[in-house]
Design a protein around this ligand. Structure first.
Ligand SMILES: [Ca+2]
Ligand SMILES: [Ca+2]
Length: 297
């Protein structure tokens, strides 16, 4: 009987905590939307409670700490390349947009962004765009946890077990993106070389390869709005068009990498009207060479 009571109590508590986090996620999403209406940008969850007071304590509660904050145009889904100085912006900071209890914020940079709000189990709420996890600490978009699989902006709580599993709560809001963008490459011959392909969405001129790709293999290019209204798109690596296209949808194009290709260059998806995605810098190397390369990494 005692055990049953304890079990019942636990069940009630879990239900209560689940309701609480759903409510908190709705509040966070609403605060993000109000912030975007005021400033034109989404910011990291850590920054939502920031003020315009340069004497804020801790310092990361000042919106222009470190010269400003990385921020996201809602239709782009990725951070600005440089920090935005919100106190002097044309549409300035009018936050805090939400307040966090001091005991309910992340105290370290691990696993996410110091000052982020915590769910009822002490893990951070995570903020995703359709391109991946938004990390305000580094201004990058990464493929951690759910990566680039959502179609809208999404908040995630990892639930009682604190890891990605079936008890996660997923809260979606806002609309989709309007940019054309590549978020990741996948396939049997693909080795990612950086933590995120779209870390700050380094444009053309990136100096080091972001992926290793093996010629003759099947390559999946993931992203958003990859084709035009008629479903048309071309995949190009430097001047070579990948003519062997196996399937296409707005989020994913599957191609066969030509056997003969070799070298480093920019991969991008282009519509017939000439609208391009970001470039992903790709090293195409035959399999024996890539194995050697990995041994010495
Ligand atoms: Ca803060
Ligand atoms: Ca979980």
């Amino acid at each position: 009987m005692v055990q049953l009571r304890v079990a019942l109590l636990t069940a009630l508590c879990v239900c209560h905590l689940k309701a609480l986090r759903a409510q908190e996620m709705a509040i966070l999403a609403n605060a993000l939307d109000v912030c975007a209406i005021d400033t034109g940008y989404y910011v990291a969850l850590e920054a939502l409670d920031d003020t315009s007071d340069s004497n804020s304590s801790p310092p990361f509660n000042y919106i222009d700490d470190q010269g400003g904050s990385y921020a996201v145009r809602p239709w782009e889904g990725r951070f600005s390349t440089s920090r935005i100085r919100f106190t002097t912006a044309v549409f300035p900071w009018r936050g805090p947009y939400v307040t966090y209890q001091p005991s309910r914020i992340l105290q370290s940079d691990i696993p996410y962004d110091r000052g982020s709000p915590l769910d009822p189990w002490g893990n951070p709420y995570y903020f995703f765009s359709p391109l991946g996890l938004l990390r305000g600490d580094t201004g990058s978009v990464t493929l951690e946890l759910y990566g680039d699989q959502f179609d809208r902006y999404t908040l995630v709580s990892l639930g009682p077990d604190g890891v990605k599993s079936s008890d996660d709560l997923i809260y979606q809001f806002g609309s989709g993106l309007t940019v054309r963008a590549i978020s990741s490459l996948r396939g049997p011959g693909v080795v990612p070389l950086t933590s995120g392909p779209n870390a700050r969405f380094s444009k053309d001129g990136t100096s080091s390869p972001q992926y290793l790709v093996v010629p003759g293999t099947v390559l999946t290019i993931r992203g958003v709005n990859l084709f035009d209204a008629q479903g048309r798109a071309a995949v190009r690596w430097e001047s070579t068009e990948f003519s062997d296209v196996l399937s296409t949808n707005s989020r994913e194009i599957v191609v066969h990498v030509p056997e003969s290709l070799q070298g480093a260059g920019a991969l991008e998806v282009t519509t017939p009207a000439g609208e391009k995605t970001n470039s992903v810098y790709v090293q195409i190397t035959a399999v024996t060479a890539s194995r050697d390369w990995m041994l010495y990494e």
